[in-house]
Design a protein around this ligand. Structure first.
Ligand SMILES: [Zn+2]
Length: 386
């Protein structure tokens, strides 16, 4: 039994028997997911549940690293913050947008354009010696084909120095040399190598956002991409940033431009985690295939994880001075976010405004993924309309 069709048919029946013979709207569909979980006999696989809970636990735990004051200080030495701040202030004078939002947009663009290097293709150091070394795909890169031959064993130093969890092995089709691509997780190492793919980009950019004074989220989706969000005080919600693409507030980038499904999208910050899937869906579309865990259980896991994080941050709970205000503010934010996520009409208006503005600005509004080689994007189905 697939999840959504059963869900829709349940709700149709439900609405008709209650004298309202109409299609349930999307908010109703999503909001009543608890009913579905309780009504139908569908049960997710244990392995799927564990995977989802494991991801939530792992990424929630990972958020503490970015609060390290030394690490933030080091990150600030990497960024031209003064310059970006003054540009943001200037832009804000004429745009009507807040300078904080301009700064976020300038920062993500600088991070992609001027700081990080996208590792694709992997390059043979023997065959391509003498070509440009920045990994951006110079003239020689297409001549030597590299084939991924699997995962290698992580060396002790890769593990200790760079926090690498795995190493990709790439074989040069011309000379046979094997290149290692350790997937480093340690931010200090990433500030040295300044290269990677979405994982490295979103990881380091979370730190850069925190170091620049933003409240930041690390965002994960089941479809194998990660990105960021920051909390905009002027817009009053969490706003999308993709450090691989250098894009700001493009919530429909993945569904509309990349033609991806969005099944589960979770955002993690020092203030808790949230299911933000609906924020990345265009109006009129529901996430499909949400069959990994009961919605009721997912809500519970997210609530407990968030609560634990908020308890940890203020160990004394409500007895800490000012804690009530702080807690209450976060709870108001949670409620506002839920209502934004469920309010398709509002999001539809925002979407229309954004598309109109983009069409004014450039012709690239339906462009596919910018990072990565054409073949890789097509393989992942992220090439957009080509
Ligand atoms: Zn070679």
């Amino acid at each position: 039994m697939t999840f959504i069709p059963a869900y829709v048919s349940y709700l149709r029946t439900h609405h008709i028997t209650h004298g309202t013979p109409r299609e349930p709207n999307l908010s109703e569909l999503f909001r009543s997911s608890v009913l579905l979980a309780n009504t139908l006999s569908w049960k997710p696989r244990r392995a799927d549940e564990s995977m989802i809970v494991g991801v939530i636990r792992r990424l929630d735990n990972g958020m503490d690293v970015y609060e390290d004051a030394d690490l933030q200080r080091l990150a600030r030495t990497q960024m031209p913050l003064d310059e970006l701040r003054s540009r943001a202030t200037m832009l804000a004078r004429s745009s009507g947008r807040h300078s904080q939002d301009h700064l976020a947009e300038l920062l993500v663009s600088w991070f992609k354009q001027s700081y990080m290097n996208w590792v694709d293709p992997i390059r043979c150091q023997l065959c391509e010696r003498g070509t440009d070394s920045d990994g951006s795909g110079g003239a020689g890169s297409s001549k030597v084909k590299m084939e991924c031959i699997g995962q290698g064993e992580v060396s002790l130093m890769e593990q200790v120095e760079g926090g690498a969890g795995r190493v990709e092995l790439w074989k040069c089709q011309k000379c046979g040399r094997i290149e290692r691509f350790p997937r480093y997780n340690d931010c200090r190492m990433l500030m040295k190598t300044r290269k990677g793919r979405c994982g490295e980009f979103a990881n380091l950019f979370t730190l850069f956002l925190r170091a620049a004074g933003f409240r930041a989220r690390y965002v994960w989706n089941l479809e194998d991409h990660v990105w960021n969000e920051y909390h905009s005080e002027s817009i009053g919600r969490w706003v999308h940033l993709d450090p691989c693409e250098g894009t700001w507030n493009s919530h429909l980038l993945y569904t509309t431009n990349w033609k991806k499904h969005m099944t589960y999208v979770f955002g993690f910050s020092t203030d808790g985690c949230a299911d933000v899937t609906l924020g990345y869906m265009p109006s009129g579309r529901l996430p499909l295939g949400r069959d990994k865990i009961l919605e009721r259980d997912l809500c519970r896991v997210i609530r407990i994880t968030t609560e634990r994080r908020r308890q940890q941050r203020h160990p004394g709970g409500a007895t800490v001075e000012g804690d009530d205000d702080w807690r209450a503010r976060l709870e108001r934010e949670d409620a506002a976010e839920r209502s934004w996520l469920l309010d398709w009409s509002k999001r539809k208006q925002e979407e229309a405004d954004r598309v109109a503005k983009e069409a004014d600005m450039n012709d690239d509004s339906l462009a596919g993924r910018q990072s990565g080689q054409a073949e890789w994007k097509i393989e992942r189905g992220e090439a957009g309309q080509e």
